[in-house]
Design a protein around this ligand. Sequence first.
Ligand code: TRP
Length: 453
Amino acid sequence: MMKEKRTGFATRIGAIAATVGSAVGLGNIWRFPYQAGENGGGAYILVYLICIVLLGIPIMMSEFIIGRSTHKSMKGAVEQLTPGSPFKYFAYVGVLGALLICGYYSVVCGWVVEYLWSSADGTLLGHTPDQYGKIFETFVGTPQRCVLWTLLFLVLNFLVLSRGIQKGVERMANIMMPLLFVLLIVFCINSLLLPNSGKGMSFLFNIDFDELGWEGVVDAMGQAFMSLSLGVTCLITYSSYFKDENSLMKDAVTISALDTLVAILAGIVIFPAVFSFGLEPGSGPKLIFEILPTIFQQMPGGTIWAVLFFVLLFFASITSTISLSEIPITFMIDEYKISRGKAIIITAVLMTAVAVVSALSFSTLSDVELFDMNIFDFLDYVGPNFFMLLGGLVTAVYVGWILKKEVIHDQLTNGGTRRSRFVQPFIIFCLRYIAPIAIVLIFLFYTGILDAD
Ligand code: TRP
């Protein structure tokens, strides 16, 4: 029985749009292409797709089951479902992961604001493809500018959050996500019409495992989790606001399919252009910031396209940071019974600290290295490849092995009103065996503890 009634999302479409809003973000449009570029394209994408189906969807379901069956965030949910279970302490790891991820992620959001600003005032376009790389490096090397945009972004983020779930998050997601989709399709067509676009397509879809290696496999798996917003209890938090009538499986499949489609579309926008303009696919986090201006420039009315695109990317980003910020906020409200306002302020202070440090890691703090990476790159690595994968493993084991079957059955069938003859065994099999074994094995290969040869 539900004790306290939460204000849910107004409609099924609203709930999906907000969850898609969380899923679709810089992960799809900035991170997926640059990671695919660094890991040789096709084989990485194949592994990514396999991870979405066999790990991503089942783990998304496991988060939904925990959140919707209790209408609570992770800690309260585990206490209610399995009193005394130590799994509840994982909630702290989720909150920490969310703070770190959102911190460095906001820096990239700051870059998007800078590019939005400079395309609107007409200074972005009009350079050669090589120059765009240099422009980006000069910009991230300028501490004041980077920090300023990141802070501005965070202020907007927390302003939206202070208006509450339904009004803020849902309304924005409803308008912006479909528009982003349409725009990406226009850009895809444009990229496919460029000379030599075929090379980019074969980079994306030709499968060559020699290019990948275990590190690439870990990257693809981490990216799948990042893109679907898994592992740091985000979807537990969101689904705690879901209504009890929806089919969780249908929602999970819809959300994952849309999210994956956006990532692939982003790849089709970026790579034909990379090859057409003779640029380097493996240039890392700056990839889209050097390619996109080059693309806009050759389109008639380039400035307008640039502004429109960065506006939509801004909205895709903010619906993601909102969902990340909601993790500590809901946690504090549920756990310490403080007001939403107070929880927002505490979260804002902590996230801003992480964000400022990450924003400075290309300039003032560029000498600070963690495992041979600057602070930003380090967070971009450990966020997905450690926090999310570990979190995914924990949720899979919890729902697969610990949680009572009746709770899972009840959630999959909505109290016996729907059938789930094939879904339930598939999900349970993936959660019990495939996800834990795959995550652990891939790590053992990656760290060299096991040797594939
Ligand atoms: N999925 C988002 C993206 O692809 C990032 C994100 C939003 C996220 N919320 C999350 C990642 C929660 C992990 C957990 O851009």
